[in-house]
Design a protein around this ligand. Structure first.
Ligand code: MG
Length: 313
């Protein structure tokens, strides 16, 4: 009799450690949430905002609308729509008029805060984007800084370090972090740069395909160098160019290129990363193909995530 009573007292403990299928699904959705890049207006390569809401994803990154569209009315509209669909905004992605990704040398001349000619006026716009992100209630701003000069002793390099410090300090006042998108530097150059900027709110949005597209080294090796700084990631894939660094590689459906998607996710997980997996699909023949590729990638990521979070013994 005493033995039966003993087992009865243990029953609550047994149930406390049993996870139902529904609870398990919730846990899976909380770790490594899957999302997309959305755009509120016609600017940027993400999915249209309303289309992104149809996907049933739990997170998005929002490409910043043009200045004229950063109105209070639109802020309310975006916030209400996100709430209605139970979608979390993980960051606002900044960008600037005049940027072009046509060729690698043109990227160097036109993208981000790195080019000296446009730095001052762009920094003013960057501050407005951070303020807009604050109104949307998100704690992170993300962008392509541009190509960081390679000579770390040069004045050009020090100037880019300084403008990045200024950007970090500005977003810090808005309660935000700054996420750099990878690709235009090698992993070791990026690590050096982060250390030189020396700001605690400077983080990385790791885009493995960009490393291949720009010819900046094996993405997984780079991830192993900067993994501790990664706060979000773009699930994008690519194939190496014949002459990496001189011409573009080719962007392809996630999981079909040279990234090694399963190892990429496993490496992230080994760092303890449980942040967003944001699908980015830029080069596509039509909006329909982009949408369908994103649907395929959602299913693919769910499977990869399951394998990582529930490994078979
Ligand atoms: Mg990207």
């Amino acid at each position: 009799m005493n033995r039966i009573l003993f087992y009865i007292t243990l029953l609550p403990l047994f149930f406390a450690h049993t996870i139902s299928a529904a609870e398990n699904e919730t846990m899976l959705n909380e770790a490594l949430p899957i999302g997309v890049i959305a755009r509120f207006d016609d600017h940027g390569t993400g999915l249209p905002f309303d289309k992104a809401m149809e996907l049933g994803v739990s997170v998005i990154q929002l490409k910043v609308p043009v200045a004229a569209n950063r109105t209070e009315e639109n802020v309310k509209k975006i916030r209400n729509t996100l709430e209605k669909h139970n979608v979390r905004l993980v960051c606002v992605v900044s960008g600037f008029a005049g940027e072009s990704y046509k060729t690698i040398p043109i990227v160097k001349e036109t993208v981000g805060l790195a080019p000296e000619k446009t730095r001052k006026t762009r920094f003013e716009e960057f501050k407005e984007v951070s303020d807009f992100a604050k109104r949307l209630g998100t704690a992170s701003v993300q962008f392509h800084l541009g190509v960081v000069p390679h000579d770390t002793a040069s004045k050009e390099y020090k100037d880019v370090v300084q403008i990045t410090r200024d950007a970090c300090d500005y977003v810090f006042e808005n309660g935000q972090s700054l996420n750099l998108e990878t690709g235009q530097e090698t992993g070791s150059a990026l690590l050096q740069f982060i250390r030189d900027v020396n700001r605690l709110n400077l983080h990385v949005n790791f885009d493995p395909a960009n490393m291949i597209l720009y010819g900046c080294g094996e993405p997984i090796e780079a991830l192993r160098l900067v993994g501790h700084f990664v706060r979000s990631t773009h699930c994008k894939d690519a194939r190496w160019a014949k002459q990496p660094g001189k011409e573009w590689g080719e962007e392809v459906l996630f999981g079909t290129g040279d990234v090694n998607a399963p190892l990429f996710l496993k490496t992230l997980h080994d760092f303890g990363y449980d942040g967003p997996l944001i699908i980015e699909r830029e080069n596509r023949e039509s909006p329909e193909q982009q949408y369908n590729d994103i649907l395929k990638t959602i299913e693919y990521l769910k499977q990869l995530r399951k394998n990582i979070l529930q490994p078979k013994n």
